[in-house]
Ligand binder design. Sequence first.
Ligand code: SF4
Length: 342
Amino acid sequence: MTKTVLVLRFSAVGDVVLTAPAIAALREAWPDARIVYAIKERLAHLVEHNPNIDEVIALRDGEGPFSYASRLRAARPSILLDLHGKIRSRILRALLPGVPKVVWHKRDFRDTLPVKLALRPYRASMLFADRYHAAVEEVVGRPLPKGKLQYFLGPEDLAVADGALRKSGLDPGRPLLGISPGANWATKRWPAERFSGLARRALERGFQVAVQGSTREADLARTVVQHAPGAVDLSGKLDLRGLGGFIARCAAFAANDSGPMHMARALGVPTLAFFGSTDPSMFDFRGHEVLFAGVACAPCSFFGRRRCPRGHFRCMLDLTEDRAWGALEPLLSAGRRPLLSA
Ligand code: SF4
């Protein structure tokens, strides 16, 4: 009988994107299995075009656990793989009795306890994506080759992005630097004025520059373009389709520790990532660049903070614009052009 693996991962953008290698490894191990992915409806686009996923069951806004569990039960899962590991997935696990379950753990207790006790800064003992992979190995019951980090665009994504770029006066066929100055937590954000500096230098060298962000990040994007005449503000103008398409159009991408940064890496766009209070060793930056000041207090948190508890914010402020340009310029000069056409 065909196995059905029900994968739970409801959010957030980066965490969902980072499940792709584990799903690829599962597909490789069990080519005939039916892989069903449970995710919030507003993020479903992130996995809908992944060829390794057979079905997406989207959690509607406001839908209760009983209604959703009954829809998941209708998929007749033979095993449940919980890659979410939070209260929502715990409730759903309880509502799907009799289904064997494997639960992923985001962090190792040995990593987190000393940080919670303020004994030392956080250091991940393994890559974030490898933890997902280990859970898949537990499902399959044997060691597996690792899958590749990939993001799969939908058929309209490039056209949606190109429409937004053209409307802003940019040519999707010309070299473009993408900038994403946002992040959910203040201590994960490199100063927007410094992103402006990168934008100015790229513009001087003939690149187009577009700044991306959510509506809530509009102030940051505005700050970047205000100090970089010629850069274009796309904040609030791209949905998930447009975001993927836009990043795919970029020659290089500069971003904080955020969902768009992971999308860029998954799309194979050379990426410069800024890390302040969080730990870059959770991710694989081969082929990209990461800046981390390495101050003694960093990384001071798992997710980021509203403000620097020490008041100096050196983890980000020590990352100068010159140093950032030194890392970004070779990525831009490598001459990547969009590989896909609309
Ligand atoms: S400077 Fe140190 S304490 Fe302050 S936010 Fe950065 S890592 Fe945390």
